[in-house]
Design a protein around this ligand. Sequence first.
Ligand code: PHB
Length: 386
Amino acid sequence: MNRLALSLLIASAFATPAAFAQTTGKVKVGLMLPATGTFAALGTAVENGFRLYIQEQGGKLAGREIEFVKVDDESDPAKATDNVNKLIKRDNVDVLVGTVHSGVAMAMARVAKATGTLLIVPNAGADAVTGAMCAPNIFRSSFSNWQPGYAMGEAMAQKGHKKVVTITWKYAAGDESVNGFKEAFEKKGGKVVKELTLPFPNVEFQALLTEIASTKPDAVYTFFAGGGAVKFVKDYAAAGLNKSIPLYGAGFLTDGTLEAQGADAEGLMTTLHYADGLNTPRDQSFRLAYAKAFKLQPDVYAVQGYDAAQILAAGMNAVKGDLGKKTEFTEAVRKAKIDSPRGVFTMSKSHNPVQDIYLRQVGSKENKVISVASKALVDPGRGCRM
Ligand code: PHB
């Protein structure tokens, strides 16, 4: 055998196991979520939901065992690019799952797009992730920031409110939630008279609450989540504003937070793609399984984590575990009907859930469904070309 033939033989001997490894062996999932800070509990719920679905499949998808590598992203956009690069380059993950914070998620999407790494976003609503940054390898199991805001704009106009003040954190999620709200509310004849903001994740609301009191709007629309949402609802009530100016929000305001908010949250109306009391067999079995596994009630974040795993399963089953078959994976997820506890959803052209947005009201520490505020709402996916 000459040298060339020998080196070819050696090369092919090495190439074979590598190619083979695409359909067998473990799949490494990089979970990039907040474990500290105002969104810590949200990260836990996402992870629990994701793990629950994998457990239900016996720990495997398409015959391949699922292994996890975890990073606490601290909801800090400044550390995001380093964190995601570590997962891809040092840990060699096959799939990225994350995150909660929109600014961090945009950094993840940038790297995912540049490297072709599969990314499933289980919360962060950054419009750009399924808009200008859209890509065949990027999917979202949650919502766009525009979606609950838009649905609430219609709902509040329908209630006859005319003059509204908005208040939120000054970052992508807050800005885009307010923009979605304003788009629908002003289309229906309402007016946003003041847009109040404070930096993320600050919770010194006092001066802004004083400004709301002196502006005397018909109502307030807000986006806050996690620990910040708990404090905002409590401060709004402590200032006595809940007696005079009705407060509405994207449903994160009262999801996973009701234990801590107690009586101060009673009666609040919000819009979201999940609710308590849906009473479908699918939701009931999910809630029972989640409560049994984690001794906790699930919330919207748990549902989104569970559905991120369902999206991964839909793609992996179609390619029989071969994650190298990227086009087929994408095609399968595009066609999938995800049997979510929230109700079945499909993917929009830019890979964001097409889903019902519920109007909910807090009663007895539950976000009880009142109606469907917006049926099969499609995010416009502005700026997406693929
Ligand atoms: C976001 O930053 O996109 C975000 C964070 C927390 C939520 C919802 C959206 O509950």
